[in-house]
Design a protein around this ligand. Structure first.
Ligand SMILES: [Zn+2]
Length: 239
């Protein structure tokens, strides 16, 4: 796997869920939030593990992975600056049903699970936003599951690249076929063929493990409707 890194001129972007909080509530929460660096490939917690912290990504991406066996696993959800990883804590569970794997290096705001439980009991704006995000993430997971089962690899790859592009906020990022293969649950040959087709259409450039998005609107046209559905749901919850 190679590193997905946001340069963003060196400035970490702010998590949109935290940014949606009223100023006074955000200020009150600040002492409970710690900025941490997440590194690609880092496992924040495994399936069944107790969750000590929840993570609000700024310019990092966290994949939620469903594992059927050590070698069979699939990304079922993607968390970027629109959300938070570790929702199980908010829902009253101590352990996660998925593995949280850092898919893109960058920063995140970390909060302890104990602090999340206290906040949830206050029934304030964070509680309300986490509720709305839970619904949004559930929709993303449902849509992605159906997408993985029914839609063609080319369309799924276009969706995945667009979702990653949105969360990293940059057009170019390192990415190996091996990593993509695991994310999409497709053999490497299938990924190679799909990336080749998008490249032939001049929508992306894929060279030496670096993906460059050349034509976003063209990529949107190649993606299945799942991208637009998931994006609309995310934007709606934040608005
Ligand atoms: Zn789809």
């Amino acid at each position: 796997m190679s590193v997905l890194r946001s340069n963003n001129n060196g400035r970490p972007r702010v998590n949109r869920l935290l940014a949606a909080l009223p100023r006074h509530e955000y200020k009150r929460l600040l002492p409970k939030l710690k900025t941490v660096n997440l590194v690609l490939g880092e496992v924040l917690y495994g399936s069944g593990d107790a969750i000590k912290y929840i993570y609000f990504p700024n310019d990092s991406i966290i994949s939620l992975i469903s594992e059927l066996s050590e070698t069979s696993w699939l990304e079922v959800g993607m968390v970027g600056n629109e959300g938070v990883a570790g929702l199980a804590v908010f829902m009253g569970a101590g352990a996660s049903s998925t593995r949280a794997l850092v898919q893109g290096s960058g920063t995140a705001m970390r909060m302890s699970s104990a602090a999340v439980r206290t906040e949830a009991n206050r029934l304030g704006s964070l509680h309300r936003l986490l509720h709305r995000y839970s619904h949004s993430l559930l929709n993303q997971v449902s849509q992605s599951s159906a997408c993985n089962r029914f839609h063609l690899v080319n369309a799924r790859l276009a969706r995945w690249l667009l979702m990653t592009n949105d969360r990293l906020g940059m057009e170019e990022f390192p990415l190996t076929q091996e990593f993509l293969s695991s994310m999409l649950g497709v053999r490497r040959e299938g990924v190679s063929k799909a990336a080749g087709a998008l490249q032939a259409a001049k929508l992306i450039r894929y060279s030496r493990g670096i993906i460059t998005v050349l034509n976003r609107s063209g990529l949107e046209a190649k993606s299945c409707d799942c991208y637009a559905i998931i994006k609309a749901e995310t934007d709606a919850y934040l608005n």
